[in-house]
Design a protein around this ligand. Structure first.
Ligand code: NDP
Length: 304
């Protein structure tokens, strides 16, 4: 029976540690602060940002929610970022993506002070991460490492295969695994004979964005599977492909008209020694690591 790696429990432990650290910093007159910038009216972005702000409140972190209108220009956003870079009560700046098409997202993200880049997307932080210097690492890959380490899964000397090479998930996940002394292979859409590579993985990280893409024949029995994918499915035939006979999922799907599936087919988990479920695996760690990065940024900025 594979072990289920409970991301909700790991995230709760991290949040508790962060709250304790915030309390002790606040007692010393340093209250970590996060600015969350939410442009326009994308419903999913509203939900994500609200839960980030709520998390700040729960952990004692100061938060400032800034909501420029959909019509905001790149220049106006650059002005806002410059203000936030200069504010002493703000340790972390988060610009919720996606931005409207007319806003130059890369220019904005590059304008955030690397010291306040709690998403870890700035090229300076990417470079620092790569060269093994203290860096603010992107939250989702940092969460992947936390769940592996806190679950006692050995990484040193293991073959980790990361499917996906985005700057936000795949590449930094590979880099973090390398720093843990795993032997790392990165795969992508042009990789030839992908199953022959994924079958070599002791640790298989799926960050692809395709529902149920990793099937049982792509998995080495006994592997640890980390499923980063979050894909909403609404189609009945697709639902049946993944969850036929799963009464709990059936109830959710009937009630909401949709459910979430990862990048790994649920049948593949049965071959694993341990795996992160979707939902309840990597997802909860992303916000926990954002909180942790905010506190880290507050300390690093003050040389603590
Ligand atoms: P991107 O779309 O930026 O990257 C997807 C990667 O998958 C690319 O590198 C792409 O290759 C690769 N890929 C696509 N198709 C294939 C294929 N057929 N074979 C092999 N590789 C393929 O996605 P993200 O990295 O941003 O996100 C990945 C997943 O993680 C998504 O499901 C997303 O929803 C989820 N996610 C979850 C988070 C969480 O909090 N749990 C946070 C962020 C993302 P190529 O580079 O060649 O195009």
């Amino acid at each position: 029976m594979p072990t289920l790696l409970n991301g909700t429990a790991v995230a709760a432990a991290i949040r508790q540690e962060v709250a304790a650290e915030v309390k002790s910093l606040t007692a010393r007159g340093i209250r970590p602060g996060l600015a969350a910038v939410l442009v326009g009216n994308v419903a999913a972005s509203h939900i994500y940002v609200s839960s980030k702000v709520k998390s700040c409140e729960e952990l004692g972190i100061f938060s400032d929610l800034i909501t420029p209108p959909e019509t905001v220009t790149t220049e106006e956003m650059l002005g806002l970022v410059a203000d936030l870079n200069a504010r002493d009560d703000i340790d972390g700046i988060l610009i919720q993506l996606p931005l409207p098409k007319h806003v130059d997202a890369k220019r904005l993200l590059d304008a955030i002070s690397p010291a306040k880049d709690v998403d870890g997307f700035h090229p300076v932080n990417a470079g620092r991460l790569q060269s093994g210097r203290p860096a603010l690492a992107p939250c989702t890959p940092a969460g992947v490492i936390e769940i592996l380490k806190r679950s006692g899964i050995a990484l040193s000397g293991k073959h980790a295969v990361v499917v996906g090479r985005s700057d936000i998930v795949g590449k930094p996940a590979a880099m973090l695994l390398l720093h843990e002394n795993a032997t790392v292979t990165i795969c992508h859409s042009k990789t030839a004979d992908l199953p022959s590579i994924t079958r070599q993985a002791d640790i298989l990280v799926a960050a692809i964005g395709r529902p149920g893409f990793i099937t049982p024949e792509m998995v080495k029995p006994g592997a640890t599977i980390i499923d980063v994918g979050i894909n909403r499915i609404t189609d009945r035939a697709e639902f049946d492909k993944f969850f036929a006979g799963d009464a709990k999922r059936e109830e959710i799907f009937t009630r909401r008209g949709s459910t979430i599936v990862g990048d790994v087919h649920p049948a593949a988990f049965e071959l694993a020694s341990a795996y992160t479920p979707v939902p309840g695996g990597v997802g909860p760690l992303t916000i926990a690591m954002l909180m942790s990065n905010t506190v880290r940024a507050a300390k690093m900025r003050r040389g603590l």
